[in-house]
Design a protein around this ligand. Structure first.
Ligand code: ADP
Ligand code: ADP
Length: 232
């Protein structure tokens, strides 16, 4: 369902070129939880952001559900991006908006009617276990609750894919586990494909089906988690 073919990414600044990704080939199946692990600077973030074209690859194809995103017009790309949700290490919530307004944001952008937005926000709050927190502001929430809002917002337009950018790296171990459990729950309930990047082995081991190890812009190993990292 996600196919990255011969992906390359260069960042140019003046005369300096960084080869962030080289010859990335990756196929991620529908409904799978796929992890990408590597050290800081390895290219994880660039790779993840290539899947929704937040970073445009220098070369190669990004095929999601049979459509090569690199070939689309801006308008068609915007439509396709609604099929891909994303969550972030630092949550990226609007601090001046309530929880409900944050979750409603992508629905309003998509032109959803007021009554449909209301019903959908209620459903999403329940899904992420924030039933009674809708009128609060982000500053009134714990880190774990903020990430639950981020997840609800990412799922608002009912995407097929959820991209997770170090989604638990700012959280304590216990909260990390509860967010990982929520991701697992959402994956099985909604059959959504999850692609996550992390530098933490524990995250990969606890929820991923398959993993790719990235080093200096290249995938050096990939396969089922139990094969790539022999269990102790
Ligand atoms: P993290 O690894 O925690 O995701 P980084 O420090 O790698 O964070 O990157 C943070 C942001 O800065 C990203 O949007 C990334 O694209 C950008 N960035 C990273 N390295 C550079 C660089 N050398 N020059 C300019 N921007 C960079
Ligand atoms: P990771 O997420 O694994 O920390 P990144 O994808 O952020 O790795 O970065 C990969 C490489 O690309 C690093 O050398 C980083 O400094 C560089 N890089 C990332 N974003 C930018 C950018 N916007 N401009 C220039 N260099 C960047």
């Amino acid at each position: 369902m996600i196919k990255l073919q011969q992906l390359r990414k260069e960042y140019r600044s003046g005369s300096h070129t960084t080869h962030a990704l080289e010859e990335i080939n990756l196929t991620i199946a529908k409904g799978e939880i796929f992890g990408i692990i590597g050290h800081s600077g390895a290219g994880k973030s660039t790779l993840l952001r290539s899947i929704n074209l937040l970073e445009r690859p220098t070369e190669g194809k990004v095929i999601v559900d049979g459509v090569d995103l690199t070939s689309l017009s801006t308008k068609r790309l915007q439509e396709q991006r609604r099929r891909i949700g994303m969550i972030f290490q630092h949550f990226n919530l609007l601090s001046s908006a309530t929880v409900e307004e944050n979750i409603a944001f992508p629905l309003r952008l998509a032109g959803t009617s007021k009554s449909a937005v209301k019903a959908r926000v209620r459903e999403l709050l329940n899904l992420v276990g924030l039933g009674e927190q809708g009128r609060k502001y982000p500053a009134q929430l714990s880190g774990g609750q903020k990430q639950r809002v981020g997840i609800a917002r990412a799922l608002a337009t009912n995407p097929d894919v959820l991209l997770c950018d170090e989604a638990t790296s700012a959280l304590d171990p216990q909260t990390t586990n509860s967010i990982l459990a929520l991701l697992l729950d959402i994956n099985s309930k909604l059959n959504i494909t999850i692609v996550l990047i992390t530098h933490e082995m524990h995250v990969i081991r606890s929820i991923c089906d398959r993993v790719a190890v990235i080093h200096a812009g290249q995938i050096v190993e990939q396969g089922p988690v139990a094969e790539v990292f022999l269990k102790p």
